[in-house]
Design a binder for this molecule. Structure first.
Ligand code: TUI
Length: 310
């Protein structure tokens, strides 16, 4: 798996497995556990102002001596300070999500940070390659949270054909079969969110974790399309209500935006899984056990290696 793998060589990691930068969920504990297990852990900057993010980064440095990164959510109100903190703290790798990272590329690159944007289209993949991205994460709409429109199966090979930097597949991957299939599509690595959300080291509220562990294949829904930022989450009273209000025509966009505010925090931190938003991917029906990040990674690598050697 790791022999001559361009992602492993470029980032100095054992396995080309990234952990998704899940807002309010991916903290220094999860990121360091994934990095210690040989993957690439990522701290989500979304929920942090600059100083909180700095604390998380410094804590992660104590918890692992392996490389880890920061995920920058481009719609975050703290994006400018997060970029500065990443540069000051000399974080080696950044992934970006939910937008075009163009305004921050130069600053990050000048500070020696490798930038690996999440893209949901070939157009953005080509743009970020020109801007000097080190790789891209092609994320299909099977993912949790903010999603594009194209599936992983269709997006990954089209992105692979369009650019010359390595592609990491994301969306709908949680086991060795998904990893092997991603490699068949031309990806050189994978990213998983939902699979790590239920890991032992993930500090998300236990109600949220249990909700995902119990979920079945058709238990997610995409809301927010009318607002221009579609989000995949578990079907519950919050998402059903949101969905109904979105299509009934009686609710304004501002009212919908206000409904969404704080909803992920309510579920992930407070454990309110009825009126909060439990973001997760369509693969939720396959994650059934709470395991350590090392167990998750070892199992996936073993299975993917076996399949790819056949
Ligand atoms: O960013 C994500 N997933 C996220 S961010 C998030 S936080 C949030 N909270 C409440 C409401 C909304 C978001 C939860 N989940 N994944 C990476 C990702 N990026 N998926 C899709 C994209 C994407 C989509 C369109 C990236 C670029 C893009 O293009 C925009 C452009 O300007 O071309």
């Amino acid at each position: 798996m790791n022999k001559n793998n361009p992602i492993c060589e470029m980032l100095n990691i054992k396995y080309p497995i990234f952990q998704g930068g899940m807002a309010w969920i991916a903290d220094c504990h999860l990121a360091s556990a994934v990095s210690n297990a040989g993957g690439l852990g990522l701290i989500a900057a979304m929920n942090s102002d600059g100083e909180n993010l700095r604390k998380q980064i410094r804590e992660a440095k104590k918890l692992t001596n392996k490389p880890f990164g920061v995920n920058l959510m481009l719609m975050s109100p703290y994006i400018e300070e997060a970029v500065d903190v990443v540069c000051e703290e000399k974080v080696p790798i950044v992934t970006t999500g939910a937008g075009n990272p163009a305004p921050f590329m130069e600053k990050l690159k000048n500070a020696g940070v490798k930038v690996i944007p999440v893209v949901a289209s070939v157009t953005l993949a080509k743009m970020v390659e020109k801007m000097g991205a080190s790789a891209v994460i092609a994320e299909g709409c099977e993912s949790g949270g903010h999603v594009g429109e194209t599936t992983t199966m269709a997006l990954v090979p089209q992105v692979v054909d369009a650019i010359n930097i390595p592609v990491i597949a994301a969306g709908g991957i949680a086991d060795g079969r998904g990893m092997a299939a991603s490699f068949m599509l031309g990806a050189k690595g994978i990213q998983m969110g939902t699979a790590f959300l239920v890991s032992k080291e993930c500090t998300v509220h236990k109600n949220y974790k249990e909700k995902i562990l119990k979920a079945k294949d058709r238990d997610t829904i995409v809301t927010g399309k009318t607002l221009g930022h579609p989000v995949r989450s578990i079907k519950n009273s919050f998402s059903r209500d949101f969905y109904t209000k979105e299509i009934d025509g009686h609710t304004t966009k501002d009212e919908l935006e206000n409904m969404g505010k704080g909803s992920l925090y309510r579920a992930a931190i407070e454990g309110d899984i009825k009126t909060g938003s439990c973001m997760c991917g369509q693969i939720c029906g396959m994650v059934k056990e709470e395991e350590t990040c090392k167990e998750i990674i070892d199992k996936i690598v073993l299975k993917a290696d076996t399949l790819l050697k056949r």
